[in-house]
Ligand binder design. Sequence first.
Ligand code: PMP
Length: 359
Amino acid sequence: SETPDETAAFPVRVRPEIAGLPPYRQGKQAGADAFKLSSNENPFDPLPGVVAAVQSATSFNRYPDALATRLRSRLADRFGITPDAVHIAAGSVSILYQLAQATSGPGDEILFSWRSFEAYPGLATVAGATAVPVPNRGDGTHDLDAMAAAITERTRLVIVCTPNNPTGPVVTQEAFDAFVAAVPSDVLVVLDEAYAEFVTDPDAVRGEDVIAEGRPNVVVLRTFSKAYGLAGLRVGYAVGHSRILDAARTTGIPLSVTAAAEEAALASLDAEDALRERVAVIAERRDRLAERLRETGWDVPAAQGNFVWLPAGNRALAVAAAFEAAGIIVRPFDGDGVRISVGEAEAVERIVEVARAAR
Ligand code: PMP
Protein backbone atom coordinates (compact mmCIF):
# COMPACT_ATOMS: atom_id res chain seq x y z
CA SER A 1 0.00 0.00 0.00
CA GLU A 2 1.12 3.55 -0.70
CA THR A 3 2.53 5.93 1.84
CA PRO A 4 1.01 9.44 1.87
CA ASP A 5 4.30 10.79 0.42
CA GLU A 6 4.10 8.60 -2.66
CA THR A 7 0.54 9.76 -3.24
CA ALA A 8 1.52 13.40 -2.94
CA ALA A 9 4.40 13.02 -5.40
CA PHE A 10 2.26 11.43 -8.13
CA PRO A 11 0.93 14.07 -10.52
CA VAL A 12 -2.04 12.35 -12.19
CA ARG A 13 -5.34 12.98 -10.49
CA VAL A 14 -7.51 9.97 -9.67
CA ARG A 15 -11.08 10.37 -8.37
CA PRO A 16 -10.56 10.32 -4.60
CA GLU A 17 -13.28 7.72 -4.02
CA ILE A 18 -11.51 5.40 -6.49
CA ALA A 19 -8.08 5.95 -4.93
CA GLY A 20 -9.60 5.01 -1.59
CA LEU A 21 -11.20 1.80 -2.85
CA PRO A 22 -9.48 -1.48 -1.97
CA PRO A 23 -8.59 -3.55 -5.05
CA TYR A 24 -10.54 -6.77 -5.71
CA ARG A 25 -9.31 -9.39 -3.29
CA GLN A 26 -8.83 -12.77 -4.93
CA GLY A 27 -8.81 -16.01 -3.00
CA LYS A 28 -5.28 -17.15 -2.25
CA GLN A 29 -3.61 -19.67 -4.51
CA ALA A 30 -2.86 -23.05 -2.99
CA GLY A 31 0.49 -24.83 -2.77
CA ALA A 32 1.15 -28.34 -4.04
CA ASP A 33 -0.74 -30.44 -1.52
CA ALA A 34 -3.19 -27.80 -0.33
CA PHE A 35 -6.84 -27.50 -1.30
CA LYS A 36 -7.88 -24.14 -2.75
CA LEU A 37 -11.31 -23.58 -1.28
CA SER A 38 -11.25 -19.79 -1.27
CA SER A 39 -13.04 -18.77 -4.49
CA ASN A 40 -16.14 -20.99 -4.77
CA GLU A 41 -14.66 -22.67 -7.80
CA ASN A 42 -15.68 -26.02 -9.23
CA PRO A 43 -13.24 -28.88 -8.56
CA PHE A 44 -14.18 -30.80 -11.74
CA ASP A 45 -12.59 -30.68 -15.18
CA PRO A 46 -14.59 -28.86 -17.87
CA LEU A 47 -17.79 -30.61 -18.95
CA PRO A 48 -17.57 -33.10 -21.86
CA GLY A 49 -17.11 -31.36 -25.20
CA VAL A 50 -15.90 -28.06 -23.74
CA VAL A 51 -12.18 -28.42 -24.46
CA ALA A 52 -12.86 -29.53 -28.04
CA ALA A 53 -15.24 -26.61 -28.52
CA VAL A 54 -12.63 -24.13 -27.27
CA GLN A 55 -10.05 -25.66 -29.62
CA SER A 56 -12.48 -25.18 -32.50
CA ALA A 57 -12.47 -21.41 -31.92
CA THR A 58 -9.31 -20.77 -33.95
CA SER A 59 -9.94 -17.41 -35.66
CA PHE A 60 -7.94 -15.56 -33.04
CA ASN A 61 -7.01 -12.86 -35.57
CA ARG A 62 -10.70 -11.91 -35.78
CA TYR A 63 -12.77 -10.11 -33.19
CA PRO A 64 -15.48 -12.19 -31.55
CA ASP A 65 -19.20 -11.66 -32.16
CA ALA A 66 -19.82 -8.58 -30.02
CA LEU A 67 -23.34 -9.71 -29.15
CA ALA A 68 -22.55 -13.41 -28.58
CA THR A 69 -25.56 -14.08 -30.81
CA ARG A 70 -25.43 -17.87 -30.73
CA LEU A 71 -25.15 -18.08 -26.97
CA ARG A 72 -27.94 -15.54 -26.51
CA SER A 73 -30.20 -17.53 -28.82
CA ARG A 74 -29.43 -20.75 -26.97
CA LEU A 75 -30.21 -19.21 -23.60
CA ALA A 76 -33.31 -17.49 -24.98
CA ASP A 77 -34.64 -20.86 -26.20
CA ARG A 78 -33.94 -22.40 -22.84
CA PHE A 79 -35.83 -19.68 -20.92
CA GLY A 80 -38.60 -19.30 -23.51
CA ILE A 81 -37.82 -15.65 -24.24
CA THR A 82 -36.43 -13.58 -27.11
CA PRO A 83 -32.65 -13.11 -27.58
CA ASP A 84 -32.86 -9.39 -26.85
CA ALA A 85 -33.95 -10.34 -23.30
CA VAL A 86 -30.56 -12.03 -22.77
CA HIS A 87 -27.26 -10.25 -22.24
CA ILE A 88 -23.82 -11.90 -22.14
CA ALA A 89 -20.68 -10.44 -20.59
CA ALA A 90 -17.25 -11.46 -19.37
CA GLY A 91 -18.52 -12.82 -16.06
CA SER A 92 -21.65 -11.83 -14.20
CA VAL A 93 -19.58 -9.37 -12.17
CA SER A 94 -19.20 -7.37 -15.40
CA ILE A 95 -22.97 -7.21 -15.74
CA LEU A 96 -23.29 -5.97 -12.17
CA TYR A 97 -20.91 -3.12 -12.97
CA GLN A 98 -22.76 -2.40 -16.23
CA LEU A 99 -26.14 -2.25 -14.52
CA ALA A 100 -24.75 -0.01 -11.80
CA GLN A 101 -23.38 2.37 -14.44
CA ALA A 102 -26.61 2.19 -16.41
CA THR A 103 -28.88 3.00 -13.48
CA SER A 104 -26.90 4.93 -10.91
CA GLY A 105 -24.65 7.94 -10.65
CA PRO A 106 -23.68 10.62 -8.13
CA GLY A 107 -26.42 11.14 -5.56
CA ASP A 108 -28.04 7.78 -6.30
CA GLU A 109 -28.10 4.82 -3.95
CA ILE A 110 -27.40 1.15 -4.56
CA LEU A 111 -28.88 -1.09 -1.91
CA PHE A 112 -27.81 -4.61 -0.97
CA SER A 113 -27.71 -6.98 1.96
CA TRP A 114 -24.44 -7.17 3.84
CA ARG A 115 -22.38 -9.17 4.25
CA SER A 116 -22.70 -10.33 0.65
CA PHE A 117 -20.64 -10.49 -2.55
CA GLU A 118 -17.62 -8.25 -2.06
CA ALA A 119 -17.98 -6.52 -5.43
CA TYR A 120 -21.23 -4.73 -4.48
CA PRO A 121 -19.81 -1.81 -2.47
CA GLY A 122 -17.07 -1.24 -5.04
CA LEU A 123 -19.35 -1.19 -8.06
CA ALA A 124 -21.50 1.47 -6.39
CA THR A 125 -18.42 3.60 -5.78
CA VAL A 126 -17.13 3.15 -9.33
CA ALA A 127 -20.51 4.32 -10.67
CA GLY A 128 -20.16 7.41 -8.46
CA ALA A 129 -23.18 6.28 -6.45
CA THR A 130 -23.57 5.57 -2.75
CA ALA A 131 -23.49 2.00 -1.43
CA VAL A 132 -26.22 1.30 1.12
CA PRO A 133 -25.50 -2.00 2.90
CA VAL A 134 -28.35 -3.41 5.00
CA PRO A 135 -27.17 -5.92 7.64
CA ASN A 136 -28.10 -9.59 7.25
CA ARG A 137 -30.11 -11.22 9.97
CA GLY A 138 -28.11 -13.26 12.50
CA ASP A 139 -28.78 -16.45 10.54
CA GLY A 140 -27.12 -15.06 7.40
CA THR A 141 -30.39 -14.39 5.55
CA HIS A 142 -31.33 -11.13 3.86
CA ASP A 143 -33.49 -8.86 6.02
CA LEU A 144 -35.84 -7.97 3.17
CA ASP A 145 -38.14 -5.93 5.42
CA ALA A 146 -35.22 -3.76 6.46
CA MET A 147 -34.10 -3.53 2.83
CA ALA A 148 -37.57 -2.41 1.71
CA ALA A 149 -37.59 0.15 4.53
CA ALA A 150 -34.17 1.43 3.42
CA ILE A 151 -35.37 2.32 -0.09
CA THR A 152 -35.44 6.10 -0.63
CA GLU A 153 -36.19 8.39 -3.56
CA ARG A 154 -32.52 8.08 -4.42
CA THR A 155 -32.45 4.28 -4.64
CA ARG A 156 -31.89 3.22 -8.26
CA LEU A 157 -30.65 -0.35 -7.90
CA VAL A 158 -31.25 -3.12 -5.37
CA ILE A 159 -29.20 -6.32 -5.47
CA VAL A 160 -30.62 -9.49 -3.94
CA CYS A 161 -28.08 -12.32 -3.70
CA THR A 162 -29.48 -15.85 -3.42
CA PRO A 163 -27.95 -18.09 -2.22
CA ASN A 164 -26.09 -15.35 -0.40
CA ASN A 165 -22.33 -15.33 -0.84
CA PRO A 166 -20.69 -15.84 1.65
CA THR A 167 -23.30 -16.80 4.29
CA GLY A 168 -25.21 -19.41 2.26
CA PRO A 169 -28.99 -19.12 2.74
CA VAL A 170 -31.52 -18.47 -0.04
CA VAL A 171 -34.30 -15.93 -0.34
CA THR A 172 -37.66 -17.71 -0.55
CA GLN A 173 -40.01 -17.24 -3.50
CA GLU A 174 -42.64 -15.85 -1.17
CA ALA A 175 -40.28 -13.33 0.44
CA PHE A 176 -38.91 -12.25 -2.93
CA ASP A 177 -42.38 -11.68 -4.39
CA ALA A 178 -43.39 -9.60 -1.38
CA PHE A 179 -40.16 -7.62 -1.59
CA VAL A 180 -40.47 -6.86 -5.30
CA ALA A 181 -44.06 -5.74 -4.73
CA ALA A 182 -42.71 -3.19 -2.22
CA VAL A 183 -40.03 -1.81 -4.58
CA PRO A 184 -41.04 1.16 -6.76
CA SER A 185 -41.26 0.15 -10.43
CA ASP A 186 -38.57 2.63 -11.49
CA VAL A 187 -35.99 0.93 -9.26
CA LEU A 188 -34.10 -1.99 -10.80
CA VAL A 189 -33.94 -5.22 -8.78
CA VAL A 190 -31.11 -7.60 -9.70
CA LEU A 191 -31.52 -11.17 -8.52
CA ASP A 192 -27.92 -12.39 -8.35
CA GLU A 193 -28.20 -16.15 -8.73
CA ALA A 194 -24.55 -17.00 -9.31
CA TYR A 195 -25.05 -20.24 -7.35
CA ALA A 196 -28.60 -21.08 -8.53
CA GLU A 197 -27.74 -24.52 -9.88
CA PHE A 198 -26.70 -25.79 -6.42
CA VAL A 199 -29.97 -24.86 -4.71
CA THR A 200 -32.00 -27.78 -3.35
CA ASP A 201 -34.43 -25.87 -1.08
CA PRO A 202 -37.86 -26.16 -2.76
CA ASP A 203 -39.00 -22.84 -1.22
CA ALA A 204 -36.15 -20.88 -2.81
CA VAL A 205 -36.89 -18.19 -5.38
CA ARG A 206 -36.08 -19.50 -8.86
CA GLY A 207 -34.95 -17.25 -11.66
CA GLU A 208 -37.06 -19.21 -14.14
CA ASP A 209 -40.25 -18.26 -12.27
CA VAL A 210 -39.12 -14.66 -11.85
CA ILE A 211 -38.42 -14.45 -15.57
CA ALA A 212 -41.86 -15.90 -16.37
CA GLU A 213 -43.47 -13.12 -14.32
CA GLY A 214 -41.93 -10.66 -16.82
CA ARG A 215 -41.53 -7.70 -14.48
CA PRO A 216 -39.79 -4.86 -16.35
CA ASN A 217 -37.71 -3.87 -13.31
CA VAL A 218 -36.27 -7.30 -12.42
CA VAL A 219 -33.12 -8.78 -13.97
CA VAL A 220 -31.90 -12.31 -13.21
CA LEU A 221 -28.14 -12.79 -13.19
CA ARG A 222 -26.37 -16.12 -13.70
CA THR A 223 -22.89 -17.33 -14.52
CA PHE A 224 -20.95 -20.15 -16.13
CA SER A 225 -18.23 -19.72 -13.48
CA LYS A 226 -19.63 -21.85 -10.67
CA ALA A 227 -21.74 -24.93 -11.47
CA TYR A 228 -20.51 -25.00 -15.08
CA GLY A 229 -16.90 -24.68 -13.95
CA LEU A 230 -15.81 -22.04 -16.49
CA ALA A 231 -14.53 -19.41 -14.04
CA GLY A 232 -11.30 -19.03 -16.01
CA LEU A 233 -13.05 -18.28 -19.28
CA ARG A 234 -15.32 -15.50 -17.94
CA VAL A 235 -18.91 -15.85 -19.14
CA GLY A 236 -22.00 -14.64 -17.31
CA TYR A 237 -25.47 -13.69 -18.43
CA ALA A 238 -28.48 -11.65 -17.49
CA VAL A 239 -32.13 -12.21 -18.38
CA GLY A 240 -34.56 -9.32 -18.22
CA HIS A 241 -36.32 -6.62 -20.17
CA SER A 242 -34.48 -5.69 -23.37
CA ARG A 243 -34.63 -1.99 -22.49
CA ILE A 244 -32.59 -2.38 -19.34
CA LEU A 245 -30.26 -4.92 -20.95
CA ASP A 246 -29.70 -2.51 -23.86
CA ALA A 247 -28.52 -0.01 -21.27
CA ALA A 248 -26.16 -2.63 -19.84
CA ARG A 249 -24.85 -3.36 -23.34
CA THR A 250 -24.21 0.36 -23.82
CA THR A 251 -22.17 0.70 -20.64
CA GLY A 252 -20.24 -2.54 -21.20
CA ILE A 253 -16.80 -2.61 -22.75
CA PRO A 254 -17.34 -3.85 -26.33
CA LEU A 255 -16.05 -7.26 -27.44
CA SER A 256 -15.17 -8.51 -23.94
CA VAL A 257 -16.60 -12.01 -24.41
CA THR A 258 -14.08 -14.06 -26.38
CA ALA A 259 -15.04 -16.56 -29.06
CA ALA A 260 -13.46 -19.32 -26.97
CA ALA A 261 -15.64 -18.37 -24.01
CA GLU A 262 -18.80 -18.37 -26.12
CA GLU A 263 -17.94 -21.79 -27.58
CA ALA A 264 -17.24 -23.18 -24.11
CA ALA A 265 -20.54 -21.90 -22.77
CA LEU A 266 -22.46 -23.37 -25.72
CA ALA A 267 -20.77 -26.74 -25.28
CA SER A 268 -21.52 -26.65 -21.54
CA LEU A 269 -25.19 -26.15 -22.27
CA ASP A 270 -25.05 -29.32 -24.40
CA ALA A 271 -23.77 -31.30 -21.40
CA GLU A 272 -26.79 -30.82 -19.19
CA ASP A 273 -26.88 -34.40 -17.85
CA ALA A 274 -23.24 -34.31 -16.79
CA LEU A 275 -23.83 -30.91 -15.22
CA ARG A 276 -26.74 -32.22 -13.18
CA GLU A 277 -24.65 -35.15 -11.90
CA ARG A 278 -21.81 -32.89 -10.79
CA VAL A 279 -24.10 -30.39 -9.15
CA ALA A 280 -25.77 -33.21 -7.22
CA VAL A 281 -22.37 -34.46 -6.01
CA ILE A 282 -21.37 -30.98 -4.79
CA ALA A 283 -24.77 -30.33 -3.17
CA GLU A 284 -24.61 -33.64 -1.27
CA ARG A 285 -21.02 -32.99 -0.22
CA ARG A 286 -22.08 -29.52 0.95
CA ASP A 287 -24.97 -30.86 3.01
CA ARG A 288 -22.75 -33.50 4.61
CA LEU A 289 -20.00 -30.97 5.36
CA ALA A 290 -22.45 -28.47 6.86
CA GLU A 291 -23.93 -31.18 9.06
CA ARG A 292 -20.54 -32.41 10.24
CA LEU A 293 -19.48 -28.85 11.03
CA ARG A 294 -22.66 -28.30 13.03
CA GLU A 295 -21.82 -31.45 15.01
CA THR A 296 -18.53 -29.84 16.01
CA GLY A 297 -20.49 -26.95 17.51
CA TRP A 298 -20.29 -24.36 14.72
CA ASP A 299 -23.53 -22.51 14.01
CA VAL A 300 -23.40 -23.02 10.23
CA PRO A 301 -26.26 -21.21 8.45
CA ALA A 302 -28.35 -22.94 5.78
CA ALA A 303 -25.89 -23.65 2.97
CA GLN A 304 -27.41 -23.61 -0.54
CA GLY A 305 -24.46 -22.61 -2.71
CA ASN A 306 -21.17 -24.51 -3.18
CA PHE A 307 -19.76 -23.16 0.08
CA VAL A 308 -20.32 -23.17 3.83
CA TRP A 309 -19.96 -20.34 6.34
CA LEU A 310 -18.34 -20.45 9.75
CA PRO A 311 -19.50 -17.43 11.77
CA ALA A 312 -16.14 -16.97 13.50
CA GLY A 313 -16.61 -13.27 14.29
CA ASN A 314 -13.43 -11.66 15.60
CA ARG A 315 -11.58 -14.95 15.25
CA ALA A 316 -12.07 -15.11 11.47
CA LEU A 317 -8.45 -14.42 10.56
CA ALA A 318 -7.08 -16.81 13.20
CA VAL A 319 -9.46 -19.58 12.12
CA ALA A 320 -8.49 -19.07 8.47
CA ALA A 321 -4.82 -19.27 9.46
CA ALA A 322 -5.48 -22.58 11.22
CA PHE A 323 -7.07 -23.92 8.02
CA GLU A 324 -4.16 -22.68 5.95
CA ALA A 325 -1.65 -24.36 8.27
CA ALA A 326 -3.52 -27.60 7.57
CA GLY A 327 -3.38 -27.11 3.80
CA ILE A 328 -6.90 -25.75 3.35
CA ILE A 329 -7.05 -22.31 1.76
CA VAL A 330 -10.31 -20.63 2.81
CA ARG A 331 -11.64 -17.07 2.58
CA PRO A 332 -11.70 -15.07 5.81
CA PHE A 333 -13.85 -11.96 6.24
CA ASP A 334 -12.24 -10.06 9.09
CA GLY A 335 -14.51 -9.67 12.09
CA ASP A 336 -17.24 -11.74 10.52
CA GLY A 337 -16.52 -15.29 9.44
CA VAL A 338 -14.81 -17.79 7.19
CA ARG A 339 -16.17 -19.12 3.91
CA ILE A 340 -15.13 -22.59 2.77
CA SER A 341 -15.88 -23.71 -0.77
CA VAL A 342 -17.12 -27.25 -1.32
CA GLY A 343 -14.42 -28.77 -3.49
CA GLU A 344 -12.60 -32.10 -3.51
CA ALA A 345 -14.07 -34.98 -1.46
CA GLU A 346 -10.63 -35.56 0.11
CA ALA A 347 -10.78 -32.15 1.79
CA VAL A 348 -13.92 -32.86 3.83
CA GLU A 349 -12.32 -34.77 6.74
CA ARG A 350 -9.48 -32.28 7.02
CA ILE A 351 -11.94 -29.37 7.13
CA VAL A 352 -13.95 -31.03 9.91
CA GLU A 353 -10.80 -31.74 11.96
CA VAL A 354 -9.56 -28.15 11.73
CA ALA A 355 -13.01 -26.75 12.46
CA ARG A 356 -13.35 -28.96 15.53
CA ALA A 357 -9.94 -27.89 16.86
CA ALA A 358 -10.73 -24.22 16.16
CA ARG A 359 -14.11 -24.30 17.86
N1 PMP B 1 -22.26 -12.90 -7.94
C1 PMP B 1 -21.87 -13.57 -6.85
C2 PMP B 1 -22.82 -13.67 -5.71
C3 PMP B 1 -20.62 -14.17 -6.80
O1 PMP B 1 -20.25 -14.81 -5.69
C4 PMP B 1 -19.75 -14.06 -7.90
C5 PMP B 1 -18.37 -14.67 -7.92
N2 PMP B 1 -17.72 -14.84 -6.75
C6 PMP B 1 -20.20 -13.35 -9.01
C7 PMP B 1 -21.45 -12.79 -9.00
C8 PMP B 1 -19.33 -13.12 -10.20
O2 PMP B 1 -19.01 -14.28 -10.87
P1 PMP B 1 -18.48 -14.24 -12.37
O3 PMP B 1 -18.05 -12.85 -12.69
O4 PMP B 1 -17.37 -15.21 -12.40
O5 PMP B 1 -19.64 -14.65 -13.22
